[in-house]
Ligand binder design. Sequence first.
Ligand code: NIG
Ligand code: FE
Length: 421
Amino acid sequence: MKYKLYIKNATQLVTVSKDNKPFLVGKEMSNVEIIENGSLIVDEKGVIVDVGKEQDIGPKYRDAEFERVIDASGKSVIPGFVDGHTHPVFAGDRVHEFAMKLAGATYLEVQQAGGGITFTVNHTRQASEDELLSLLQPRLDRMLRQGTTTIEAKSGYGLEKDTEMKMLKVLHRANKIHPVEIVSTYLGAHSIPKGSTAAQATQDIVENQLPELARLRAAGEISPANIDVFLEKGFFELDDTRRILEAGKALGLEINFHGDELSYMASGELAGELKARAISHLEKVSEEGMKTMAATPTFGVLLPTTAYVLRLEAPPARRMIELGVPVCLGSDFNPNAHCLSMPFVMNLACVLMKMNMNESLIAATLNSAASLNISNTHGSLEVNKFGDMIVIDSPRWEHIIYEMVDPPILNVIKKGTVVFS
Ligand code: NIG
Ligand code: FE
């Protein structure tokens, strides 16, 4: 029998979970499963077929053939990161806005001055599909080097049918040619297009853009899994948001939206009503909203880079975990929060949101996979899941968080194939 990969004798083989738990909440998030002197076998399809102590795995596979053997003695191995929230398809450079923000401008002031999403929309509309793809690829490369093997990725810089569909096509194409796996999200309601109102934009999305999305999806040109809205004062408010999310749900998309970021918008409450899969941001979420999220359950995708860049108060991660909200992490990679690194996100989650390192790892792997409905195949190192993992050049896995910039990553592995070393 021939196998793709044998990870041999890792000092810490961090499987994250066992017993195929779909996600972890509350106190469970403080405990990651670790096998000391652990080994793992990946088959030719890229799927993990055995995990255990080297003393058991070694003799069992003595006569087997492997495409690749990695001796992980003195090293640690963790699952590849699942980045739960990114906006990686865009054209145009907004570095000048960073200077404005450092000088004291708020996110909304930058937006009102013609910057922010509006600026990116103008550039993205003008860029061709091929141009956007070639801008996306190096971003995915950089994510991969930092250990990210799967991302959620949004459209949202078109705000009209053709550009939104162009962005989804770019994501669909990238998913076929790049090792970073992409779960894509339609975010036609990211902002109100210039010269339009929220009501008009909502109508266009529901009556014009979503039917086109369904058509292109059936034709195999795009593959959106989720629908998103920026629920915010002055953007899409409660009734418009509900209408768009319900229309997306009727097409079989999962509800995964931006809420309670700059103002309290009753996001958690809406998520309960619509049985939303996930809400991102949540800086201003209410106690009631968090309780509803825990009960539904709706995943809370926390994005510490946004609070950091905009100098906002961080979301109440501790309270969410206490109440049993399944907490996840994302980079929010976009021209406002230009971060491609999940190790840095986890470090911020620990320092700014007071999460412990085990909670951060679970939030960046198993729970974020579950927020995308793929934790049966992704997010932990268990039998029947894909062999997506990171080999760390340290006997203790926490170095990937502790050494926040340029952590000691030796290999990144996607479906059993070494894709970075
Ligand atoms: O998740 N809040 C809205 N959307 C993005 C920012 C997008 C942008 O500024 O281009 C976010 O932070
Ligand atoms: Fe976002």
